[in-house]
Design a protein around this ligand. Structure first.
Ligand code: 3PG
Ligand code: MG
Length: 383
């Protein structure tokens, strides 16, 4: 079973957010309940193609073990060694074996067929539940599927839920449908915006990416984030939205800082008149009010990307206010999907993760799915 246990660790190698681990438990449990044994494989971080102690999957064992109190999880310290195959072949019904980081072999990211074939020998059935890595065409996410016939491969519950929820948002969602799009760079979100214009009634834009839009419209943005090469595209998107009857909302006020630091001086500014030497690091109170009202009157909501630098408490109000509006909308019956990555960290940090409909475990993968791209990890199973 391919899982995405690429989770954040602190300096002492403890898991600081185990969402990707807890999300795989139901599929593992299902296999065990049906009398199977499970060989888990994952990557962790971006090692350079050889073993690196800090990227050992050993670090995540205690977090994984906590979900299986009655079953000692075994560990193989190399994913394709003779010992590893000995361990997987000895597994009895109900037992779990975790393999060491797949990316300790450069063959993993290259999608190498011999490496994939070796991995395939660990099991009779291949399950992919690694939605977070589904946008990678790697040996364990894509190539390996070739070595199993259609009766012996499939998706896990997490993968199925991710696809189902994202599809629900894009097709036939209950109106009004609103997307909140943020994050630092407009260049990362162009394709997403283009695609969303076709299916959304409202698009709320915040975060660093908003300033390129504001500048394109003639605003003075001071030292705020700015991507001059994307001014044309920003204007094109606004134009396309107008022709599609999709309302795009930009901030009307911001919290500006005198430097990029948690202890920066700050002031509320008009979005189109940010003073020289100051940079917008959050949306302002009027914008929060306007965005919250739209969110709360929506029936379907997507959130992808923070509204400001929420890592700094002083500039987190916009992001957490949007999280609160999403929770309230969901309480009132709306369907809300949180795209992975920074938005997932933000909703977790706000403590409201249980009051939204679905939090994706995939940052890049969810983004590409929403952009309409075919994900190699999905394609490998379905074709
Ligand atoms: C992620 O967290 O983005 C996935 O686990 C994939 O990892 P990668 O971006 O290093 O391929
Ligand atoms: Mg990534």
């Amino acid at each position: 079973m391919r899982v995405d246990f690429n989770v954040p660790l602190n300096e002492t190698f403890q898991v600081t957010d185990d969402t990707r681990i807890s999300s795989a438990v139901s599929t593992i449990q299902k296999i065990l309940n049906d009398g199977g044994s499970v060989v888990l494989m994952s990557h962790l971080g971006r090692p350079k193609g050889g073993p690196e102690a800090k990227y050992s999957l050993k670090h995540i064992l205690p977090a994984l073990q906590s979900y299986f109190p009655d079953q000692k999880i075994m560990f193989a310290d190399d994913c394709i060694s003779d010992d590893a195959f000995e361990q997987s072949s000895q597994l009895k019904s109900g037992e779990i074996l975790l393999l060491e980081n797949l990316r300790f072999y450069a063959e993993e990211e290259k999608g190498n067929p011999e490496f994939a074939k070796k991995l395939s020998r660990h099991g009779n059935i291949y399950i992919n539940d690694a939605f977070g890595t589904a946008h990678r065409e790697h040996a364990s996410t894509a190539t390996i599927a070739k070595y199993f016939d259609t009766e012996h491969k499939g998706f896990g519950y997490l993968m199925a839920a991710e696809v189902e929820n994202a599809t629900k948002l894009l097709h036939g969602a209950e109106k009004p449908v609103t997307a909140i799009v943020g994050g630092a760079k407009v260049s990362d979100k162009i394709q997403l915006l283009e695609r969303l214009i076709d299916s959304m009634d409202n698009i709320l834009i915040g975060g660093g990416m908003a300033y390129t839009f504001l500048s394109a419209l003639g605003g003075k943005i001071g030292n705020s984030l700015f991507e001059p090469d994307y001014v044309e595209l920003a204007l094109k998107i606004l134009d396309k939205a107008k022709n599609n009857n999709t309302a795009i909302y930009l901030p009307t006020d911001n919290i500006a800082a005198d430097k990029f630091a948690p202890d920066a001086l700050s002031q509320v500014v008009d979005s189109y008149h940010i003073p020289d030497g100051w940079m917008g690091l959050d949306i302002g109170p009027k914008t929060i009010e306007a965005f919250s009202a739209i969110i709360k009157s929506s029936k379907t909501i997507l959130w992808n990307g923070p509204m400001g630098v929420f890592e700094f408490d002083k500039f987190a109000t916009g992001t957490f206010s949007v999280a609160r509006a999403l929770a309230e909308a969901t309480d009132a019956g709306a369907f809300s999907l949180i795209g992975g990555g920074d938005s997932a960290s933000a909703i977790n940090k706000s403590g409201l993760e249980d009051r939204v409909s679905f939090v994706s475990t995939g940052g890049g993968a969810m983004l590409e799915f929403l952009e309409g791209k075919e994900l190699p990890g999905i394609k490998a199973i379905t074709t």
